[in-house]
Design a binder for this molecule. Structure first.
Ligand code: USQ
Length: 395
């Protein structure tokens, strides 16, 4: 049985990924330090519904399915914690069989601070983001080099690494012809937040590890994800993933639906012409899974653009209005002075073929998909706090 280690397994994608692999019969170990939930409490940003602790989730998952997800609560920025996952010293907070079964075949690395606005709140949160994201990646890279050189790393990057250049965006690499000679280089990167900048630096770190030590790395340039339910969470509502709708941790589609339900005018930043690539949470899981089935070769940094379709902010606002109004909600759109520094009208033409070629079958954002999301979010309507929807973190 293949063994998957999920770093950052308490997050929006981490926990659903753990269940996804576990349901398919993989041995799954999850590690997390509760960074995201602790920050949510510290900054009082709320969540749509409370989330059981990781051991509680693992217990529910085991009761309902008979599968085991091993849980380790620890800080991966500590190098010895990272190394303990590969040499058998790890301490399990929950497991049916709390013992080391050998190095994992695949490590999925989500253990990063994922919010652009959080990274721009202050020099302190910028430091936390830079420190956590780069040190965890570096710790992982050295642990793999020293203790598990055959293990593949699947790392979550972001489409935000590329920014919004005035040329087509390729999947990670660009062939450059210069003075009669040609070579391939990482596609030029120009992030628009410090969080996104740490992702560029992660890519550079891993590219270094690949060149020096023949690591096997897949770096997934992901766009904003939307959705709540995955097939695995259908077995018990308590297994639903963490859902934020606040400005720091909520992504735009999840936010717009929540806003529509409580009659808060949709917060379109600026003109709303910002185009991004989006994907359903179910597809994010497929992307990880199909990448794992066909690992990068030793000495290869393989990059895929993990998006399924593109929308402008205004297109998303209009779709939310339409679906909300059909359900009887009075949905308004409000153009806010953009708190972010980003282009509001720009060229955007990314390539995203690689993951489809591996076998991913997209779920697109239709009125029906959005309606399903409305139905879930409505169940928790009473928990929605208007005061945390917009705080205006500027940069
Ligand atoms: N936006 C609004 N109104 C809002 C929230 C966002 O107009 O209330 C706009 C933003 O200005 C931006 C776009 O919607 O142009 C997307 O914003 P977002 O907050 O949904 O996503 P972002 O901050 O870019 O970050 C999210 C994830 C991050 C991931 C990234 C992929 O939080 O972890 O890396 O999406 S990407 O955007 O492709 O870089």
């Amino acid at each position: 049985m293949s063994h998957v280690l999920i770093l950052g397994g308490d997050g929006y994608l981490g926990w659903p990924t753990a269940m996804y692999f576990s349901a398919k019969g993989y041995e799954v170990t999850v590690v997390d330090n509760y960074f995201r939930r602790n920050i949510c409490t510290e900054l009082d940003v709320g969540m749509l519904y409370p989330i059981p602790t990781l051991p509680e989730r693992a217990r529910i998952w085991h009761e309902k399915t008979g599968h085991e997800i091993k849980i380790i609560i620890a800080d991966l920025a500590e190098p010895e914690v990272m190394r303990s996952l590969f040499d058998g010293r790890a301490i399990y907070q929950w497991a049916i069989t709390p013992k080391f079964t050998g190095t994992p075949d695949t490590v999925v690395h989500y253990a990063e601070q994922p919010s652009a606005p959080y990274s721009m709140l202050s020099y302190k949160t910028a430091n936390i983001t830079i420190h956590n994201n780069l040190i965890v990646t570096n710790n992982l890279m050295f642990a793999i080099r020293d203790l598990a050189p055959e293990t593949q790393i699947i790392k979550l990057g972001t489409m935000g690494e590329y920014g919004t250049p005035d040329i087509d965006i390729e999947e990670g690499w660009l062939e450059i012809a210069h003075k009669g000679r040609k070579d391939s280089f990482l596609f030029p990167r120009q992030a628009s937040s410090l969080y996104h900048t740490t992702k560029i630096m992660d890519t550079d770190l891993l590219w270094f590890g690949v060149r020096m030590w023949n690591l096997r790395v897949t770096d997934l340039m992901q766009g904003p994800v939307y959705g709540v339910e995955t097939e695995e969470s259908l077995v018990d509502e308590r297994l639903r993933t963490i859902f934020n709708y606040d400005e720091l941790f909520g992504t735009i589609i999840n936010r717009f639906i929540t806003q529509a339900i409580v009659g808060y005018p949709l917060t379109v930043y600026g003109k709303g012409g910002q185009i991004r690539g989006y994907l359903d949470i179910k597809d994010a899981l497929q992307c990880i899974f199909y990448s794992s089935l066909k690992p990068a070769k030793a000495g290869e940094l393989r990059i895929f653009n993990q998006i399924m379709e593109t929308f402008s902010v205004m297109q998303l606002a209009e779709l939310t209005c339409k679906v909300g109004q059909n359900l009887g909600y009075n949905v308004d759109i409000k153009h806010l002075d953009n708190p972010r520094k980003e282009a509001e009208e720009h060229y955007y033409n990314p390539t995203y073929q690689g993951l489809l070629e591996l076998g991913v079958r997209p779920h697109y954002l239709t009125e029906e998909t959005m309606l399903q999301m409305f139905k879930i979010v409505e169940q928790y309507r009473i928990n929605i706090r208007k005061d945390i929807i917009f705080r205006g973190v500027r940069w």
